[in-house]
Design a protein. Structure first.
Ligand SMILES: C[S@@+](CC[C@H](N)C(=O)[O-])C[C@H]1O[C@@H](n2cnc3c(N)ncnc32)[C@H](O)[C@@H]1O
Length: 199
């Protein structure tokens, strides 16, 4: 039986990717953790690649792949300098990952995503909104703080991230206000998601 992934906005991205005539190769930027969303794309016949900067998150993803014999090809890498040639992928996404970086690094990562995408290729990226209530700094010992020299989530105003998509047609943009309860705690999150096609 197929597993349902947590990263549900990627189902809409997958729907749009499936409608594209491009070869089914997909890259996840920030691909680690114990439930890598690339498994969804694998189920639908994509050749998958992922880059993950943090050792622990990479180890979790590799354990997930080994336990299921899934060749997701997730390796250590930094989305600010993607180890792939120009126009290597039909599809690239970064889910809940770009937000950990500073704005200059987000701009770098966005130009890398554009560089490795083929013409007419699709990308999905989500950003943290300025309306998100969480302004807490990352824990002093968090590995990402050291790896990214970033102190807290970078936040974007409603149209601010449009600038990263100058060379794209934006196919879908969604601002989401989410509230949920997990581990007995209430969470709130405001994000802005883009699905865009490279011109
Ligand atoms: C919240 S996790 C989400 C993981 C996965 N996308 C998911 O939805 O399950 C964000 C991941 O992005 C990774 N990350 C952040 N900045 C990165 C960078 N510059 N290059 C590669 N990975 C990065 C983090 O280490 C972390 O594992």
């Amino acid at each position: 039986m197929h597993e349902i992934i947590w990263a549900t906005p990627l189902y809409e991205f997958l729907r749009q990717c499936n409608a594209s005539p491009l070869e089914k190769t997909v890259l996840d930027c920030g691909a680690g953790g114990d439930a890598p969303p690339l498994s969804l794309f694998h189920q639908y016949g994509y050749t998958t690649y992922g880059v993950e900067i943090a050792e622990e998150a990479l180890a979790q993803a590799q354990e997930f792949c080994q336990a299921r014999a899934l060749p997701l090809n997730i390796a250590r890498g930094d989305m600010r300098a993607l180890p792939f040639g120009n126009e290597s992928f039909g599809f690239v996404y970064s889910f809940n990952a770009i937000i950990f970086m500073t704005k200059p690094d987000i701009a770098r990562a966005m130009s890398e995503i554009e560089r490795v995408l083929k013409r007419d290729g699709l990308c999905f990226v989500n950003f943290e909104s300025v309306d998100d209530p969480d302004n807490e700094p990352f824990c002093e010992t968090a590995p990402l703080r050291r790896l990214l020299q970033s102190e807290r989530f970078a936040k974007h105003a409603d149209n601010e991230a449009d600038a990263y998509f100058r060379n794209f047609d934006v196919l879908r943009k969604e601002k989401k206000f989410a509230e949920w309860v997990r581990w007995g705690r209430q969470f709130k999150r405001v994000t802005i998601e883009y699905i865009a096609k490279k011109k």
